[in-house]
Design a protein around this ligand. Structure first.
Ligand code: ADP
Ligand code: MG
Length: 200
């Protein structure tokens, strides 16, 4: 059965706050029918960011492998063939980038929330992410440019990659009493089977 209250963590990264894109980004999640369950603006510590990215013990390997694959698909040489070696400067860059200014942390809720949000956000590298996605529409960074400059890719948004990741990340950013469970009038048109009571 589909969990209609599936939750996912979204961060509006400091670059998006500086680009004054907070409203645009929130609007994308609202208009698809997801429900905002929690939200805060904060300046994160470097330690908090490092923990966020290493909640998944496999993250270092995955991010390195993804980077190598991406370079090879473009016919370019990756900065290293060792995924873990690649992940170290990426993590350091992320710590610096994500704690450089205020960010917005949010929990979005609804059927297939994790996948729907990833679809709206688009692929990691803005150069390659689809037109119509947040990363595809509002920014132009690339692996090549960020790796050459020794910094994290500026791609505006973080979104949990799976339900397990979402659960860990939500607990990392929010306490239970900050997550609000409530009803929206539109829930009925999204999820109710009968649609009784619209007509007089
Ligand atoms: P996503 O945010 O799409 O889930 P990852 O979890 O693989 O992507 O990586 C986390 C973040 O690290 C990315 O959003 C991006 O900001 C940054 N990043 C990933 N790979 C690189 C890289 N090779 N060089 C610079 N920054 C990177
Ligand atoms: Mg990720």
């Amino acid at each position: 059965m589909v969990n209609k209250s599936e939750k996912t963590l979204v961060l509006i990264k400091p670059d998006a706050v500086q680009r004054t894109l907070i409203g645009e980004i929130i609007q994308r999640f609202e208009r698809i029918g997801l429900k905002l369950a929690a939200m805060k603006m904060t300046v994160a510590s470097g330690d908090h960011i490092e923990k966020h990215y290493t909640l998944d013990p496999e993250w270092r390997r995955k991010v390195g492998e993804k980077t190598i694959k991406n370079y090879k698909e473009k016919g370019q040489n990756p900065p290293s063939e060792d995924p873990i070696e690649i992940s170290q400067p990426v993590l350091e860059g992320l710590v610096k980038f994500m704690s450089a200014g205020p960010l917005i942390a949010m929990v979005w809720e609804g059927a297939h929330a994790v996948k729907i949000v990833r679809k709206l956000v688009g692929g990691t590298e803005p150069l390659a992410s689809d037109v119509g996605t947040i990363r595809g529409d509002y920014v132009l960074d690339s692996y090549e440019m960020s790796d050459t400059d020794g910094r994290a890719i500026r791609n505006l948004v973080h979104a949990s990659g799976s339900s397990e990741e979402a659960e860990m990340e939500i607990n990392h950013w929010f306490s239970q009493n900050e997550i609000i469970s409530y009803r929206l009038v539109q829930d009925e048109i999204l999820y109710d089977v009968n649609l009784d009571g619209i007509l007089d």
